[in-house]
Design a protein around this ligand. Structure first.
Ligand code: AKG
Ligand code: FE2
Length: 319
């Protein structure tokens, strides 16, 4: 049976509940302003959910204690921020960190994007020179990206990705938002959760990423439970999906509604503005436990560098 999430951050609902009980025996229950604010903004209190580690210099990428903390936070929270104390225009810290995670914590190394680009991909609006010959990828536009996981069409998809902020958007656009899958799934009906976990979805590969002409899609599920049976993992990118049964279609519809609803906003979403993610910061994310989206870019020089690693199977998939 589905159990309620045992997350280590309080939920707004729980706080509201406590407030209600406390006020019950008072004639005119009045909550201190701060408590109301806290209840309303609990999930949005980014620093409590996204741990921050400092890396004052490049040597930290190989420092066992630091690397251990990165691995541990990724496992616990599925998201963390590293604040670099130095300029790193070539993302050497990330490169070395990924080697360390591979050597000491069993992470698979990234798959190279192409012979010329190696592990890294520049998320940067481009007009003329594209990173894949003559083909503009979505990440080279200024468009918004709706909620998605990265490489949902890959088998196996990467478990983690990181974005190194080289130039935040200076004009208020390009905000990266993240949504916790476990909390999102709490908003879905049990029937929908069961349907989303069935391998009844066709997931197309976008043409610019087709590696083998024979493999232009996979068939699999969208939602996956962890060892304890909690639906904590998802792969999703709406424009690539075709449901293969009626129940799959109905479940997808409910998921789409939930993603657009205000409850998902307050219950499970964080907005990582440049204040949270300034230049020289890196956000590392569990691609299965958090969906992400970004709004329209306003600064043509906004520049993030992306890497994805640790490809592991999303079990219900069948090719
Ligand atoms: O630009 C961003 O903030 C996110 C980009 C992204 O989601 C992607 O490249 O897959
Ligand atoms: Fe993405």
């Amino acid at each position: 049976m589905y159990r309620r999430a045992a997350l280590n951050f309080p939920t707004a609902r729980r706080l509201h509940g406590v407030a209600h009980q406390q006020g019950h025996h008072l004639r005119a229950p009045r909550l201190p302003r701060a408590a109301i604010d806290e209840a309303r903004h609990t999930f949005a209190d980014i620093s409590r959910i996204v741990p921050n580690l400092e890396a004052p210099d490049l040597s930290y990428a190989r420092e066992p204690g630091h690397v251990h903390s990165v691995s541990e936070k990724l496992q616990q929270n599925g998201i963390l921020k590293v604040t670099l104390g130095f300029a790193d225009s070539k993302s050497q810290y990330l490169e070395r960190l990924l080697w360390s995670l591979h050597q000491s914590h069993g992470h698979q190394l990234p798959i190279a994007h192409s012979a010329t680009r190696g592990w890294f991909w520049d998320v940067l609006p481009a007009t003329t020179s594209f990173q894949t010959a003559n083909c503009q990828a979505r990440s080279e536009t200024m468009e918004e990206f709706p909620w998605h996981t990265d490489c949902s069409y890959e088998n196996p998809p990467p478990r983690y990705f990181a974005l190194h902020v080289l130039q935040p958007d200076r004009y208020g656009g390009g905000t990266l938002s993240v949504m916790n899958v476990e909390r999102l799934s709490e908003l879905l009906s049990p029937t929908t959760r069961i349907s989303l976990a069935r391998p009844e979805y066709l997931i197309r590969t976008p043409p610019e990423f087709t590696k083998h002409p024979s493999q232009q899609h996979i068939v699999g599920s969208l939602l996956l439970a962890d060892e304890e049976g909690r639906p904590t993992m998802m792969r999703f990118r709406e424009d690539l999906l075709t449901p293969l049964s009626e129940r799959a279609a109905a479940a997808l519809e409910e998921l789409k509604q939930a993603l657009q609803g205000t409850e998902a906003q307050s219950h499970s979403t964080l907005h990582l503005t440049p204040k949270t993610l300034p230049e020289q910061s890196i956000i590392l994310i569990d691609n299965r436990r958090w969906l992400h989206a970004r709004n329209h870019i306003k600064d043509p020089e906004r520049h993030l560098r992306r890497v994805r690693w640790d490809a592991v199977p999303f079990p219900s998939a069948s090719a």
